[in-house]
Design a protein around this ligand. Structure first.
Ligand SMILES: Cc1ncc(COP(=O)(O)O)c(C=O)c1O
Length: 297
């Protein structure tokens, strides 16, 4: 956790087409996005000065906004250019990239037909610091009380701020009990994902992962499925019931922030990160950060 609050970091933020000093990148308290969660965002990561799958992320940002009924007034290409320009201006190579789009303060009520759509991008330093050996010990997950909602109840395919409300509540509840994070079930009681990462299990040399029908089909998730297939490992996307957890040998999370994070326990079930998890972690590092992979050889 950064000791400096995020609003006190250095540098610039790209805001509606201009570079604004970090401390001056503010919005009014009567911003629709703040009151009604009319806000979508992305989480991207730069390795060695290159943003991994940047265009895919910025395309998802556009789609997330469309699902919430608004159009970002910058093309994907313009957002890509803004991300790369800001990365250079910030002088960073290994960093987290956070574009966020929201409805402004022109109208205050549920209807926001004439509110301006704003876009900002912030980039801060974020090295990938955990040693593989440390990571391989695995993290402990609680099981969340909240469930991922039915797509008929919430825009579950949008990376929308409002959908994260249950994630923060669930992560805080898990942390209060000494866990690192929580695994969430979906509205039907199927295994879904963690609060900010997708989940995978391994049994008998095969990988099992829930079908992403009511949560994000993560860009890292798809990348890892590709890496596993390249290794000739069978990947089965299917409904996974919580009662099945006891039968799995290994478990890991995937996400832009999590990368590949092994899991050692979920509630009463235990997992031992093994060869497949380690191989995929190494393959992932070699893909996103070839220089770091070479240095670790
Ligand atoms: C709820 C949730 N699921 C899954 C993911 C993984 O998505 P990605 O791999 O595209 O970062 C994220 C992170 O963005 C997330 O917040």
């Amino acid at each position: 956790m950064a000791s400096v609050p995020f609003d006190k970091l250095d540098g610039h933020i790209w805001m509606n087409g201009e570079y604004v000093k970090w401390a001056d990148a503010n919005v009014h308290v009567l911003t629709h996005g703040l009151h009604y969660a009319s806000s979508v965002f992305e989480g991207e990561r730069a390795y060695g000065g290159k943003i991994f799958k940047m265009t895919e992320h910025n395309e998802r940002l556009h789609r997330s906004a469309e699902i919430l009924g608004f159009e970002i007034p910058y093309s994907v290409q313009e957002i890509d250019d803004a991300c790369m320009g800001l990365l250079q201006k910030q002088g960073l190579k290994d960093a987290y990239v956070r574009p966020v789009a929201w409805r402004g303060s022109e109208m205050m009520g549920i209807s926001a037909q004439s509110n301006k759509i704003n876009l900002a991008i912030a980039i801060w330093e974020w090295p990938s610091y955990f040693s593989p050996a440390e990571k391989l010990k695995g993290i402990r997950l609680d099981v969340a009380e909240y469930r991922r909602p039915d797509p008929a109840t919430a825009p579950s395919k949008s990376k929308a701020a409002g959908v994260y409300m249950i994630c923060t509540i669930s992560k805080h509840a898990a942390e209060a009990k000494g866990y690192a994070d929580a695994m969430m079930l979906d509205w039907r009681g199927h295994v879904a994902e963690a609060t900010g990462a997708n989940i995978f299990f391994i049994k008998d040399g095969e990988i099992h992962t829930p079908t992403p029908d009511c949560f994000l089909d993560g860009i890292t998730r798809r990348t890892v499925i590709g890496l596993a297939k390249d290794r000739g490992i069978n990947v089965i996307e299917r409904t996974i019931m919580p009662e099945e957890l006891a039968g799995f040998e290994q478990c890991f999370l995937t996400g832009t922030a999590a990368e590949i994070t092994p899991v050692s326990e979920i509630g009463a079930d235990r997992f031992v990160p093994g060869e497949i998890t380690e191989t995929l972690m190494n393959d992932f590092t070699a893909l996103v950060n070839p220089a770091a992979a070479k240095a670790a050889e």
